[in-house]
Design a protein around this ligand. Structure first.
Ligand code: NAP
Ligand code: G4F
Length: 380
């Protein structure tokens, strides 16, 4: 017989995003009652989770319910937590696009930094700080300009964007002598602030709160403006004659790309441990944007030949000479993170997590999905 203490109730902020949708699926399969916070939008924003409450053939053990709320609105967070009485909270909501964070830096801080402390305080206001387990979506973006490769939980952070840190440009304009002393004052930052506020609430209030320092993870549900999805969608369109070529920024940035499905399992595993802690989640392999482009074109039988340099560089079909890739300087960032490569040995050792999807399989999964999508709906 199940008692109240056996009840597993998860609350997910950002449930409509890539990770939120996979995590909701994963927890429903485990029998959780899943609650998600969605924000009001002028058009539907639930496409990634539509199948979870619409498909009558999906007999999942758990149930899902959505609630309106926003990371910028404390009272909505308190109301949802009071109503739901969660046993686990997964904080995935964020303005998660690095390039966009340069355009909307204040809003990014409002959601990605202050939003986290609002949620932590809402848990305390509801008196759940001793019982709820809290996961926060931290990020490899925090490593930014580090010279340490690979990066693990002990690697110092050096963020390179308003998403990673605010007032970065102000900081670099300071004289070297002042930098060390003043940095603590200047860390009015987004994901970096969130990382430390999670650590602080764990230590100050004995909360079960974890940071998952996740390296890039992708899937067919990845937002269309992140580089991997932009590439796979564009190649699918080019193959179907719906687009001529693809425009990109920095081809030489390297990322440690895994599959989002593998990564949501790690989030859950962190909350099943005896002691709360912070963990790096990564594949341990790094590839450049250029390699991703080459591999995805290879999948549809085309070899890319690169010609020229800098903004004049182009990628052509080696056989036909057709122009397939162009550089557009508007996609370059004011500051770039050059190389990310994660070392997830702590997660492997503590709870046996390891990725199951290879780089080639990730590209294949995304290409197959986008080829099918564009055939079904060329206007997608
Ligand atoms: P995503 O697809 O961009 O999803 C972000 C989610 O946050 C969406 O559900 C979005 O709602 C919601 N959201 C945005 N602003 C909000 C607000 N003010 N109030 C409430 N909800 C809001 O991101 P993702 O790739 O799934 O990533 C999940 C989390 O992991 C994010 O925090 C991201 O920063 C972090 N992360 C991601 C990666 C990665 O490679 N994917 C790596 C490290 C860390 P709408 O659907 O309405 O826009
Ligand atoms: O796909 P991206 O936009 O991802 P980025 O900046 O690494 O951020 C993602 O991963 C972070 C984890 O490290 C998360 F925290 C964050 O929320 C997000 O999920 O860009 C990847 C690389 C960059 O170096 C960028 O300069 O691709 C390069 N790039 C080259 N051309 C491009 C493009 N990126 C985008 N989005 N669009 C381009 O046309």
């Amino acid at each position: 017989m199940s008692t109240n203490s056996d009840k597993r109730v998860a609350l997910i902020t950002g449930i409509t995003g890539q990770d939120g949708s996979y995590l909701a699926e994963f927890l429903l399969e485990k029998g959780y009652e899943v609650h998600g916070i969605i924000r009001r939008a002028s058009s539907f924003n639930t496409a990634r989770i539509q199948h979870l409450y619409e498909d009558p053939k999906c007999h999942r053990p758990g149930k899902m319910k959505l609630h309106y709320g926003d990371m910028t609105d404390s009272s909505s967070l308190i109301k949802v937590i009071t109503a739901v009485q969660p046993t686990e909270i997964y904080n995935l909501a964020a303005q998660s696009h690095v390039m966009v964070s340069f355009e909307v830096s204040e809003y990014t801080a409002e959601v990605d930094a202050v939003g986290t402390v609002r949620l932590l305080d809402a848990i305390r206001t509801c008196g759940l700080e001793k019982s709820v387990k809290f996961y926060h979506a931290s990020t490899s973006e925090l490593y930014g300009r580090t010279s340490e490769v690979p990066q693990n939980e002990r690697t110092p952070f050096y963020p390179r964007s308003p998403y990673g840190i605010n007032y970065y440009s102000f900081y670099i304009s300071l004289k070297q002598d002042f930098k060390h002393d003043i940095i603590l004052l200047l860390i009015a930052c987004a994901k970096l602030y969130s990382f430390w506020i999670v650590v602080n609430y764990r230590e100050a209030y004995n909360m079960f709160a974890c940071n998952g320092i996740l390296f890039n993870h992708e899937s067919p549900r990845r937002g269309e403006t992140f580089v991997t999805r932009k590439v796979t969608r564009s190649i699918a369109k080019i193959q179907l004659g719906l687009q001529d070529f693809l425009e990109l920024g920095n081809l030489d940035a390297k990322r440690d790309w895994g599959h989002a499905k593998d990564y949501v399992e790690a989030m859950w595993l962190m909350l099943q441990q005896e002691i709360p802690d912070d963990y790096v989640i990564a594949t341990g392999e790094s590839h450049s944007v250029r390699e991703f482009v080459e591999t995805a074109f290879q999948y549809v039988g085309r070899t890319i030949e690169w010609k020229g340099e800098g903004v004049k560089e182009i990628g052509q079909d080696a056989e036909t000479g057709q122009l397939l890739v162009k550089i557009n300087s508007k996609y370059f960032r004011p500051t770039e993170v050059d190389v990310l490569l994660g070392d997830a040995s702590k997660a492997k050792e503590k709870f046996g997590w390891k990725p199951t999807t290879t780089f080639q399989d990730l590209v294949k999964d995304m290409m197959d999905a986008d080829l099918a999508l564009m055939k079904r709906d060329p206007t997608a």
